[in-house]
Design a protein around this ligand. Structure first.
Ligand code: C2O
Ligand code: CU
Ligand code: CU
Length: 503
């Protein structure tokens, strides 16, 4: 069975190939090398860029590289990390904005309908790809591990942005090393805008704040530590410190007025039970695929890895001068309340905005009368190995069960099957499309009030014993797409499969 996984562990424990910065790096670089070293099975052919329609002139052209960088995250030694670095070649300054001083890659902000071209240069010492999480695009532009970009090579991603306005993101997706590459810092936001969204008068500019939540563990020399045993693959890797926007626990000064917060769970494995520290309900206006039909309220929101929610908050309505966004404890998660982000609220009383009563309809088809699933996929850890239906990932094959017809709509059922005593959360993600969550069953009363299954989704969190039915439509593109658990250690460990859309 899983020879590749054993090899991964074997290699993860040996010292690594030197990386770009290795020569000038301290001793702890060895740790970094191990972290990002990929197993021999990751060596796949470097793909050449598929032919791009020469008749289409892109609206936005960006050069983006993945490279090694040092970051001053803690006092003392700098931390060896990787980072996406971008240059705008064509477009407006809005299209590419650097993200503070952190390791977070530049934010790509585009208009729905624009054609974008991203010239990706891989300056790492191992294969990588960029996956445009949540986007509807052709398979060869999706960053599938089959389309790995070898070190020093350039790959051109070009696609027309068809998604609804919303908060999407990009991250690496190479074979068995997606988790390590995300963990060392490769992540960026991909924000889609469209005119209808502007008509709601939502907070914008400085009042539209992304909050990318991640967790990391540092060794005594301030270097990142990552998976070094089988147990950490089984559970996923949990960092001991929480970082927001690439920084550790900073206070954010805000005005006493309305803000739009775009929350992205960019963690490898950690699920957050998010809430306002004073118990004020969260006002959720958007999920993975953009605005909901109308704002909803939740006392807390469970946000699995890769999921996004957008929150409307009027800081003038809090009584104190400080307000924390916190992660509450839950069974299988953090055991104490952890402050995620502290807001210090200013006194200015600029006239605040009103929360819109509703947004545009989501355009879902009418609910089916019969929820019988067309296919059912079982996510479970089998003898410490993360699987789908008990199977490992296979780079370029699919089962009959994983073959769907272009232009059809299906109901898929995902189950988080507890095999033995211990269950794990599985944030299940499907590439290439946005889906509708139709039904969730088996939910523990502890979590029932905390799901945002509304709106268009690309990732749906399944806590132990849960069963979720989603409706997906396979449109426009044939080819191989991935579906997987977005706990990155589960994903790299084999809880990932292809599905194939055929004409
Ligand atoms: Cu966020 Cu397979 O991806
Ligand atoms: Cu994805
Ligand atoms: Cu999982």
């Amino acid at each position: 069975m899983n020879i590749s996984r054993r090899k991964f562990l074997h290699y993860a424990a040996s010292s690594g190939v030197s990386m770009a910065l290795a020569s000038c790096a301290p001793r702890s670089m060895g740790n970094m090398n191990r972290m990002m070293e990929s197993s021999p099975t990751t060596v796949v052919e470097a793909a050449s860029t598929p032919s791009i329609d020469a008749n289409i002139t892109p609206d936005v052209v960006i050069q983006l590289s993945a490279t090694m960088r040092e970051q001053q995250l803690l006092s003392g030694a700098k931390t060896q990390m990787a980072q996406y670095v971008g240059t705008l070649v064509q477009g407006t300054s809005d299209n590419l904005q650097s993200f503070n001083d952190s390791y977070i890659g530049p934010t790509i902000r585009v208009q729905r309908g624009q054609t974008i071209r991203i010239e990706f240069k891989n300056l790492l010492n191992q294969p990588s790809t960029i996956h445009w999480h949540g986007q509807h695009l052709p398979t060869e532009m999706d960053g599938h591990p089959l389309h790995a970009v070898a070190p020093e090579q350039t790959f051109i991603y070009q696609f027309k942005v068809q998604n609804r306005a919303g908060t999407y993101w990009y991250h690496p997706h190479p074979h068995k090393a997606a988790g390590a590459q995300l963990y060392v810092g490769l992540i960026g936001l991909f924000i889609v805008e469209e005119p209808t969204e502007l008509t709601y008068g939502l907070p914008n500019g400085a009042y539209d704040l992304p909050l990318i939540i991640q967790d990391r563990t540092f060794d005594s020399n301030n270097q990142l530590t990552y998976v070094n045993n089988m147990h950490q693959i089984m559970t996923g890797y949990f960092g001991r410190k929480i970082l927001v926007n690439g920084a550790i626990r900073q206070t954010k000064f805000v005005e006493a007025r309305a803000y739009r917060l775009r929350l992205v769970n960019g963690s490898n494995a950690r699920t957050y039970k998010l809430a306002w520290q004073d118990g004020t309900p969260l006002t959720v206006i958007a999920s993975d695929g953009g605005l909901l039909a109308a704002p909803i309220q939740r006392d807390f929101v469970l946000l699995g890895a890769a999921e996004r929610i957008e929150i409307w908050v009027d800081f003038s309505e809090f009584s104190g001068a400080m307000q924390d966004l916190v992660a509450l404890p839950f069974t299988g998660g953090n055991t104490e309340t952890v402050a995620i982000q502290t807001f210090e609220i200013g006194k200015s009383h600029s006239r605040s905005l009103d929360l819109p009563v509703e947004f545009s309809p989501l355009g879902f088809d009418p609910l089916p009368t019969n929820l019988k699933p067309d296919r059912s996929f079982d996510f479970y850890v089998n003898h410490m190995t993360p699987t789908i239906d008990g199977l490992d990932f296979e780079l370029n094959s699919v089962r009959a069960k994983e073959t769907v017809k272009l232009g059809t709509t299906e109901i898929w059922e995902f189950t988080n099957h507890i095999n033995g005593a211990r269950g794990f959360p599985h944030p299940v993600h499907v590439h290439g499309l946005q889906f509708q969550v139709l039904e969730r069953t088996g939910t523990s009363p502890e979590f029932a009030a905390g799901y945002v299954d509304d709106g268009w989704k690309d990732t749906v969190l399944l806590m132990p014993n849960e069963r979720v039915k989603v409706r997906l439509k396979f449109e426009d593109y044939t080819g191989l797409f991935l579906y997987h658990c977005h706990n990155m250690e589960h994903e790299d460990g084999g809880m990932m499969r292809n599905y194939k859309v055929v004409a």
